[in-house]
Design a protein around this ligand. Structure first.
Ligand code: NAD
Length: 292
């Protein structure tokens, strides 16, 4: 039974996930580039490490949840990185949302020394991370999935094995395409209501219970109505996820018109300095641009 877990990336998602692992009784080692993030975990009993290498040496399973492919690559394969502390039997679980090709590259390099890796991106947001109700989509060897299952169960509810390395990330892209386009649907519905002088909170209420009801309507819709644009899920991370989805589609000669449109919109917002806002801020930005 796995007891010692290393955790890297203690941000909006990682911090509550790491706390849930401590609650579940695992011995936790942690690393992050931000000292404040580490302190909160140290106070709860985690051991703070000086590098990913040191963390890998102390751990049986290592979890990363970092912003994007370059950070995962640096932590896994860079100087003083995980690979230098990995050995046969150790397992990396990358729960970040990144490019499937990067996951497959790391997978190959870890397997070459007898270690292993899984890509296991998540859906469910900050609330899902806090309440340990995340959906987890996993790619890699099935034997490693079986080994990691008790750890996944301490973090999430819906845990799906999707197939070979990279499949978890492709599945996450499917999730991001579906939720991004649903968000655009809510934004356009609210925009019409507002223009027609109808209270958008009443529209949300009227739509709930009908075919348009969804988590996006209930949760993102509520954030839009309350103008609560604190992240949540940062626009810059959503724009990154849609770029990843577009790349995965392009590599397979697949055209995704709705995804391409939204991806362009989000990239422009990030370029305009709105990347740190929650993605629900798309609504206000769209309405602002209408007034120009
Ligand atoms: P975040 O920016 O809040 O946290 C990222 C953490 O990684 C920070 O603590 C940062 O200091 C740390 N970090 C960055 N570079 C590092 C490095 N080189 N070494 C060590 N630590 C480093 O991001 P988040 O919202 O927690 O998202 C993390 C990942 O989870 C992203 O890939 C995101 O797309 C995905 N995700 C986020 C949500 C969400 O709702 N926030 C939902 C699902 C998936």
């Amino acid at each position: 039974m796995v007891k010692k877990i290393g955790f890297i990336g203690l941000g909006i998602m990682g911090r509550p996930m790491a706390l849930n692992l401590l609650k579940a009784g695992y011995e936790l080692s942690v690393f992050d580039i931000h000292a404040e993030a580490l302190e909160a975990l140290r106070l709860q009993g985690a051991v703070v490490c000086g590098s990913p290498r040191e963390l890998a040496l102390r751990s049986e399973i290592i979890i990363t949840i970092l912003p994007d492919s370059p950070q995962v690559k640096e932590v896994a394969l860079g100087n003083n990185g995980l690979l230098e502390g990995m050995s046969a039997g150790k397992l990396l679980i990358d729960m970040s949302t990144i490019d499937a090709a990067t996951e497959m590259d790391i997978h190959q390099q870890f397997r070459a020394i007898g270690a292993d890796s899984l890509d296991a991106p998540v859906s469910g947001g900050q609330i899902g991370a806090e309440q340990a109700t995340l959906s987890i989509m996993v790619g890699g060897e099935e034997s490693s999935f079986d080994l990691a299952l008790p750890v996944f169960k301490a973090l999430g509810k819906k845990i799906s094995y999707m197939g070979k390395s990279g499949s978890g990330q492709i599945t996450k892209s499917c999730s991001q395409i579906a939720t991004a386009l649903a968000t655009q649907g809510i934004i356009e519905a609210f925009a019409l209501a507002q223009t027609a002088g109808i209270d958008i909170a009443k529209v949300r209420e009227a739509l709930s219970g009908g075919f348009a009801e969804s988590k996006v309507l209930m949760i993102t819709g509520d954030k839009i109505i309350r103008k609560d644009f604190a992240p949540g899920f940062k626009l810059k991370l959503y724009s990154k996820d849609l770029r990843i989805a577009k790349k995965a589609a392009a590599e397979r000669s697949l055209v995704l018109p709705g995804t391409a449109l939204l991806s362009g919109e989000m990239d422009a917002l990030v370029a305009a300095g709105k990347g740190e806002l929650d993605f629900s801020a798309l609504y206000d930005v769209m309405n602002d641009s209408k007034k120009d």
